[in-house]
Design a protein around this ligand. Structure first.
Ligand code: 6R9
Length: 630
């Protein structure tokens, strides 16, 4: 891990209209932050009290480092707060979910009452199938309302959901099913992407071979005519739904019962199954949705992520629904049928809060402002970014062209592990392009050296969180050592694995990963996962991958490959290997370049020094290479 280093900071400040702060839920950031510092447990208790519990807590938190419990002995069900609370009250006929397909006119709308009833019905049906509290259910679905119904139904009965992004291939899906021990897989015959069908069920068929825990597969049939279901294991989504009773009480969950497992890329070995629990996660997702997005009753919230990522869990589903908002979901990608499609959707549905990734913003910049300028974006109130650093050029473009110099930009830094936003510039506060901002009230973040000492403003270091927070992960599934490593690497602080720098005002700029994770278009990939996909090809003896800068995707994968004796380096082999990675992990992991090499730089202990490859590639100083083998 790198120690501290100097960073040149150039700052521009954008001052929002004072009315934004006056009308915001958060009000005065500094006062709120001080209020939190004076009484952290009291602060979180106040937030938790805004929600409904079946039984309240004995303690706000118990912190036995590195193990945390939040809201001990409290009882709740997150779906009660996302559904019952609204559907049995004044929001019953409020629109909960708007779905827009790829084609204009493909629209579905579900009110809170309708969503509530569908979820209960599906939850009841799952119970009848033998799914009970604590069972794991894997969801591998396109972004359609049934996806949201299925995941909420799991939460309603206390089944632990594991959502796997539909862009992952069979071997990645298999690894996740096996590690989580899923009993049931819920999928769809196809998804639609850029006008083409993506066969999801075919990938599930391959992934469940050698996955002995899987007993049933529920298939949502979207194509017409739908595929036949052959095996005993397979059941139709709507037949299942119809077999359910019209009501289904929410299971009484302990605050510390698991709610979901979500896999994120590990630096070494297999992806890590991050475990989140019911109580603390609910409070964190609710708090940040309401106070960071400043979500109000009439907002139409569009987070362009997929439920397969943490961003989708927290800011498509649990956060906005717990607040009682109207949520837009769509299968649409940003550049099909043309790069104006997102702005057209904003205009058509009157989106007020728009949350996307820097990679999309950079793509929009490249195609030009004539696309957004064709549409009326007056409904927008707040625009956000997540997934990687939002570089100042992209910030400025986003602020001017999309936000019309009027909407605050929320550049939100957080992780699968944190479950909720951690660092941003709260609405109404001065914004600094390139800087995510300051820790939100409730979070204590800092930039430190390898020993844990805070570094001076302008000096780069490691981003850490110093105090526990409710939505923190509780475990890495089946791997306590990897869980402990987060808290035990630097002085008992939570190590995020990111490099960062602070300025004099405490604003934090996130510089990128300090470890072996590559972020392609906002999606995290572990170098190890891509390398093992390459090595699984018969021609590959050894492989190393690095992230190289890409103007649109942030980074892309470059691979260095040593061939097995007897294989010849050809362009054909390059495309075979690219295809092989695509099938194994998915399109996002496909190398943009492959070099055939005779050897790889390694440490004496045999670890590949990707840093050296990277330095060579970028023509920069590789730093300390004393551990490099001959
Ligand atoms: C929410 C999410 C986490 C990693 C994180 C960091 C990068 C996320 C960022 C950002 C700079 C931001 N990251 N948001 N970097 N500025 N606003 O993306 O979770 O998929 O687990 O990725 O993404 O490197 O450590 P996850």
């Amino acid at each position: 891990m790198s120690d501290s280093f100097d960073v040149k900071l150039e700052e521009t400040v954008y001052l929002p209209d004072p009315s934004i702060r006056d009308q915001s839920w958060i009000g005065d950031y500094d006062a709120e932050y001080q209020r939190f510092l004076r009484n952290p447990d009291g602060f979180w208790e106040g937030i938790a009290d805004e929600l409904e519990w079946f039984r309240k807590w004995d303690h706000v938190k118990k912190w036995n480092p590195p193990y945390a419990e939040w809201f001990t002995n409290a009882q709740l069900n997150i779906t009660h707060n996302c559904l019952d609370r609204h559907a049995t009250g004044e929001r019953r006929n409020k629109v909960a979910l708007i779905w827009r397909g790829e084609k204009e006119g493909q629209e579905r709308v579900l009110t809170y009452r309708q969503l509530y009833r569908q979820v209960m019905r599906f939850a009841s049906a799952l119970t009848k199938m033998g799914i009970t509290k604590g069972d794991t259910v894997c969801l591998y679905m396109p972004l359609v309302p049934e996806h949201i119904v299925a995941l909420l139904a799991c939460a309603r009965i206390g089944a632990v959901h594991n959502i796997v992004y539909g862009g992952f291939g069979a071997s990645a899906l298999n690894a996740r099913i096996r590690d989580s021990g899923a009993k049931l897989v819920i999928t769809s015959d196809v998804g639609y992407r850029r006008g083409k069908r993506v066969a999801l069920k075919a990938i599930v068929d391959e992934a469940v071979v050698n996955a002995p825990t899987v007993e049933k597969i529920i298939v949502l049939r979207r194509s017409d005519p739908g595929p036949e279901l052959f095996s005993e294991m397979e059941v139709d989504f709507y037949e299942v739904l119809e077999s359910g009773d019209t009501t289904c009480e929410a299971a009484v969950m302990d605050a510390e019962d698991p709610l979901f497992i979500l896999y994120t890329s590990g630096t070494t070995g297999q992806p890590k199954g991050i475990v989140h629990t019911c109580g603390g996660y609910m409070v964190g997702a609710y708090y940040t949705t309401k106070y960071v997005f400043d979500m109000k009753e009439n907002d139409v919230h569009w987070c362009t992520a997929d439920p397969g990522w943490i961003t989708g869990h927290s800011y498509i589903v649990y956060g906005p629904l717990s607040v009682g908002a109207t949520v837009l979901i769509t299968e649409t990608v940003p550049d099909y049928p043309d790069p104006g499609i997102f702005w057209r959707i904003v205009e058509d549905f009157g989106v007020t809060i728009f949350y996307t990734a820097p990679t999309a913003i950079r793509m929009f910049m490249r195609v030009g402002e004539e696309w957004p300028n064709k549409y009326n974006l007056d409904s927008l109130r707040i625009i956000g970014s997540v997934g990687e650093p939002l570089n100042p050029e992209a910030f400025e473009w986003y602020y001017r062209v999309i936000g019309k110099n009027r909407c605050p930009i929320l550049d939100t830094w957080w992780q699968t592990e944190t479950g909720m936003h951690m660092i941003t510039t709260m609405v109404g506060e001065p914004m600094k392009p390139g800087f995510a901002g300051r820790p939100i009230p409730g979070v204590v973040a800092d930039v430190v050296d390898a020993q844990g000492n805070p570094v001076e403003p302008g000096t780069g270091g490691l981003l850490v969180i110093k105090e526990p927070w409710p939505a923190q992960m509780r475990a890495v599934n089946n791997d306590d050592a990897r869980y402990r490593a987060y808290w035990e690497t630097i002085n008992g602080y939570y190590t995020a694995g990111d490099l960062a720098v602070k300025d004099e005002d405490g604003y934090i700029m996130v510089l990128g990963r300090s470890d072996d994770i590559i972020i392609v278009a906002g999606h995290n990939l572990g170098t190890a996962e891509v390398e093992s996909a390459l090595v699984s090809h018969e021609a590959v003896a050894e492989a190393a991958v690095i992230g190289i800068p890409d103007p649109v995707k942030g980074q892309t994968v470059k691979a260095f490959v040593i061939l097995v004796n007897g294989y010849t380096p050809t362009d054909k082999l390059k495309s075979d290997l690219t295809y092989h990675v695509r099938m194994g992990i998915g399109p996002i992991a496909m190398p943009s370049a492959i070099d055939f090499v005779d050897s790889l730089p390694k440490t004496r202990s045999g670890k590949i020094m990707r840093r050296v490859l990277k330095a060579q590639e970028l023509g920069i100083d590789p730093g300390d290479i004393s551990t490099l083998e001959e």
